[in-house]
Design a protein around this ligand. Structure first.
Ligand code: SF4
Length: 132
């Protein structure tokens, strides 16, 4: 089913919440969570980014699209907020690129301060980009 004459966001919301279709309801907040989780550059138009759209659709639980979309919308509004995201209380923190990068940098700082040099055994996982 397709809806014409309305925004993509509204069409997705109706198709998911009214008809149970397995697609993502992708607004700026959900795009922020996905960008952070996968270590993509955050920008104001991320919800129109084709990579973000594909990732968002791939993540949807096809058996429970309503629950999935409610959950990620809620996470975006209450945990992965634009400012001061609550990484420590986030259920995604163990695999999120932003959280892994932050923990890696903190570990490197602690290692440097203890030994006075960088311990190269504390490398970030290969999919996480680190500052140089
Ligand atoms: S760990 Fe932090 S950046 Fe990653 S999804 Fe959770 S709140 Fe957002």
């Amino acid at each position: 089913m397709e809806l014409t004459g309305v925004s993509d966001y509204l069409a997705d919301a109706v198709l998911v919440f009214a008809y149970g279709q397995g697609r993502a309801v992708l607004d700026a907040n959900v795009a922020r969570v996905i960008s952070r989780y996968f270590g993509l550059r955050e920008h104001t138009e991320a919800r129109r980014d084709k990579r973000v759209r594909k990732l968002a659709d791939d993540l949807v639980d096809q058996d429970r699209p309503r629950d999935y979309n409610f959950a990620i919308l809620d996470l975006a509004a209450s945990v992965c907020t634009p400012l001061n995201p609550k990484h420590d209380g986030c259920p995604l923190r163990r695999t999120c690129a932003v959280s892994l990068k932050s923990r890696h940098e903190s570990l490197v700082k602690r290692t440097k301060s203890v030994d006075g040099h960088l311990d190269h055994s504390t490398r970030a996982p290969s999919h996480v980009r680190t500052a140089t």
